[in-house]
Design a protein around this ligand. Structure first.
Ligand code: SOE
Length: 395
């Protein structure tokens, strides 16, 4: 008996820089390591420069390319639009794609403003009634050690949560001569360290604890207020209006820190910075509860630290769990115990979970509503910093 061929899921990806590379790898790899209910087809890649988009199609494995995202939305032979562009483009593309009946995967943060995120969430709700799914790409949820942390908390192994401590530490612009880029331009990125990497730890802590942030008190800082334009770029080409032709303004935060209160009463301390010299991608999360603690550091991403406070005090201590057993989340599809996974596997797991939800007709997580809630926390931190007051997160 021959098996009937699986239905396909024809994907168009918009944007082919860092995130586009990571997503392409995931679309290529997911069906080779996981038994997916739908077969993804990498149909179209879009970039604003036609030649570079064609080269990206070749390099990354997409069947065709275009210089206009509207083609992805208009084509009948596209089922899903994967948005890997800077934040200021997310709302327009996502809303158009959802209205056209395409499933959407959208990079984080969901949008640049709460208003945009609300419009996207409303479009996702309307589309859902037609069986169309939307998901925001907080990919670190799919790191096995993070997924295990959530499982331990959900099983009650950490007990009632008292403290949430979260840092996202990078240093790629610690040098004041590091050039401007779209990530330092508020009109394109929405905010700086806060939205780019703070958004991840907001999502992760809420994911691990199963709780939500209710109020914040924050502070933002821009240490270096002007930077050189990148080689070959000018004030005009980057859309800036600098005080000289060589340097332009940084219009986002370099660093953000904030205190938070979770709905369940836990106290949170958060930090997101691009100035932590020596820290490249340090995502550190620790949760302390009445029965124990979990602690994670992305720079040792296959490990979860767990302390069980119910154990005999003489021998209790943080234990280093190597999260590479087949029984750990996602791991059975990869290598034998101890061989470890990397940054890119989170993107593959994201594709697996999204494709599975689409095939099963269930809601993928995190939803656009989850992305909107993170956006509200980001906005509250900014308002808090501007006004030097505590801000509640309103729904
Ligand atoms: C840049 O700071 C960046 O690429 C983020 O945009 C990503 O979301 C994060 O995964 C790594 O750092």
């Amino acid at each position: 008996m021959t098996e009937s061929p699986r239905s396909t899921l024809r994907v168009a990806m918009v944007g082919h820089a860092f995130m586009g590379n990571a997503h392409s790898q995931a679309w290529r790899t997911a069906p080779r390591f996981f038994d997916l209910p739908l077969a993804p087809e990498m149909s179209l890649v879009v970039g604003h420069d036609a030649d570079r988009a064609a080269a990206a199609a070749d390099r990354l494995g997409w069947a065709a390319s275009s210089a206009d995202w509207r083609e992805a939305v208009a084509r009948d032979d596209v089922d899903l639009v994967d948005i890997c562009t800077p934040g200021f483009t997310h709302a327009e593309i996502a809303v158009a794609a959802l209205r056209a009946g395409k499933h959407v995967l959208c990079e984080k943060p969901l949008a640049n403003t709460v208003a945009e995120a609300e419009a996207m969430t409303a479009a996702a709700a309307e589309a859902r009634a037609r069986g169309v799914r939307a998901m925001v790409g907080f990919t670190y949820r799919r790191v096995p050690a993070i997924a295990l942390a959530r499982r331990l908390v959900a099983e009650g192994r950490v007990g009632e949560i008292r403290h949430v401590r979260a840092q996202y530490l990078q240093d790629w612009i610690a040098d004041p001569e590091a050039p401007l880029s779209w990530r330092l331009d508020r009109s394109k990125a929405g905010s700086g360290a806060l939205g780019d990497i703070g958004a991840h730890v907001i999502d992760l802590t809420q994911f691990i604890t199963g709780d939500v942030i209710r109020e914040v008190s924050g502070r933002l800082e821009t240490f270096v207020k002007e930077r050189p334009y990148p080689a070959g770029e000018t004030a005009g080409s980057l859309g800036g209006g600098g005080s000289s032709t060589e340097r332009g303004p940084v219009t986002v935060d370099d660093a953000a820190s904030f205190l938070a209160t979770f709905a369940g009463g836990a106290m949170g301390v958060f930090e997101a910075t691009r100035f932590a010299s020596g820290r490249k991608n340090g995502i550190r999360i620790e949760v302390n509860g009445s029965r124990g603690s979990v602690a994670f550091d992305f720079e040792d991403m296959n490990v979860l630290q767990f302390f069980d406070a119910t154990e005999d005090a003489d021998t209790a201590g943080f234990r280093r769990i190597l999260v590479t057993e087949p029984s750990h989340p996602y791991v059975e599809h990869w290598w034998p115990a101890g061989h470890g996974l990397g940054y890119e596997h989170g993107f593959t797991h994201q594709v697996v979970d999204l494709v599975t939800a689409i095939a099963e007709g269930t809601d993928p997580a995190p939803s656009f509503a989850d992305g909107l809630q993170v956006q509200r926390v980001l906005a509250a931190v900014e308002t808090s910093s501007d006004t030097r007051t505590w801000q509640e997160i309103t729904q």
